[in-house]
Design a protein around this ligand. Sequence first.
Ligand code: GTP
Length: 602
Amino acid sequence: KYPSDNINFSIIAHVDHGKSTLADRLLELTGTIRKGHGQPQYLDKLQVERERGITVKAQTATMFHCHKFLGSDTDFLLNLIDTPGHVDFSYEVSRSLAACQGALLVVDAAQGVQAQTVANFYLAFESNLAIIPVINKIDQPTADPDRVKAQLKSMFDLDPSDALLTSAKTGQGLEQVLPSVIERIPPPPGKNTLPLRMLLLDSYYDEYKGVICHVAIVDGVLHKGDKICSAATGQSYEVSDVGIMHPELVATGILLTGQVGYIVSGMRSTKEARVGDTLHHTRTVIQPLPGFKPAKHMVFSGLYPADGSDFEALNHAIERLTCNDASVSVTKESSTALGLGFRCGFLGLLHMDVFHQRLEQEHGAHVISTVPTVPYIFEYSDGSKLQVQNPAALPSNPKNRLIACREPTVIATIIIPSEYVGSVITLCAERRGEQLEYSFIDSQRAFMKYRMPLREIVVDFYNELKSITSGYASFDYEDSEYQASDLVKLDILLNGQPVDAMATIVHKSKAPRVGRELVEKLKKFIDRQMFEIIIQAAIGSKVIARETLSAMRKNVLAKCYGGDVTRKRKLLEKQKEGKKRMKRVGSVDIPQEAFHELLKVS
Ligand code: GTP
């Protein structure tokens, strides 16, 4: 029997507090996946997710659970929507929450409330979700659930007696979770009798089935064979397959109001599947659902084939990958140094890294990426405005006088043990932060809010924050307005030739240090060649840093004593392999690592 009672809920938490493990346990408990299936974090399907232990794409799984409800045994269909915990992916979180009526707010019993707990709580709260606090990892020796309860009360006004105490590791307390979900989270509000309205949550491309859309049925009923229409594009489709994620796709032929499932409808590319779109029956007129805020691109970087001839291969790989990650923006660009490539916009630095890794791992593409930049705005005396996503596009000697530069800022939330307050204040000041709030969440933890230029946090801020606080700081941010700033374009020149792909935009006060670090890094990573190489950093025509790399021939065979032929061949092969990842700029060969290392200079 296919239960009609269903509940849509999500698990939200700070990174590593145990969402994915808890999701696994719930799937096991309901027999959706076998216990000890040998693959932890079942919902983390992507290879990057497993390797990095993070959730990148929100996944959905449907479970069946029988529960005594109002005196009789009732079968419930529970849709669990897993959400990513990292700040870059909060866009995915808000998308997942749109299909839910409640959320489990998981907090580590030892670490307590962290920055993303705060951010996720507010996302859920603003969406009017029922929130069930779950204090997890109570098996840890340092667990202090009472302290966490007090934090939940003081920060979010959550009743401490509502909190569930669990260990997703030992299984302790897990039996209370699903009953609480059923009793405390309201059913979806829609009606089967109303005209069909479904919200398109996500989509991906499958080799065999084509585009698969994840949808939430807000009103009405969808059957296999129905003709549907997109409110955004007016395009019509016929539903050839419909079902639930259990967690693999299971065809049901029907989805009822409030259910979350998948549909296949002959869309040719995921570009047609606009996330946040409302789909409805072709014969009805409906009021479209509110949809989602579009993803905001915070970081831009150029992606170029490591081997110049591979442009088409990279193009194909990017097209395939963006089918599954529509939050990346892609436009073609060309660079004198690197040839034809792409300018891509990402939600953040981790998102960018994950995208690179997926390009290499899932699509075999070798890429060189340029220094990431945030979107700046430059205003000129003739009233023109230039939004710069690529520093190379900023004229070094503009026709009209520059009258203002603006840069995007964020509001950062930082939670730290009180003893680190001093060093964190120093770090934020170095990064041009402006303190907005400073308070204590209990006797041991401080809570701070800063307005910071986005540029200052995209490069290495989080790592540095972690390192000065022995790993105890937690950090989250939301984007805020643009502010006026004193920015300059920093060019890198090799033997007098500017390398467009290495240009960056920096705050004037930081230009001398960044320039020096960049040329030092490049000197380390460029191999000596048969001629001298002069490496310079310049603002306009003014050189602010310089290094010289003297001439030398690099002989890979020098290490081969005797006449070991196989070894010699291997080394030559290796050299060939290395060369593939070189870029020739003018007459200078630059290895891929050089580009990569530049990313770390802020
Ligand atoms: P993201 O997917 O990156 O957002 O992290 P997550 O919140 O899903 O955390 P995940 O489930 O990956 O768990 C993080 C780590 O905590 C893993 O090493 C888990 O094995 C461990 N863990 C999860 N639950 C418990 C628990 O109840 N007790 C203990 N001791 N460890 C746990």
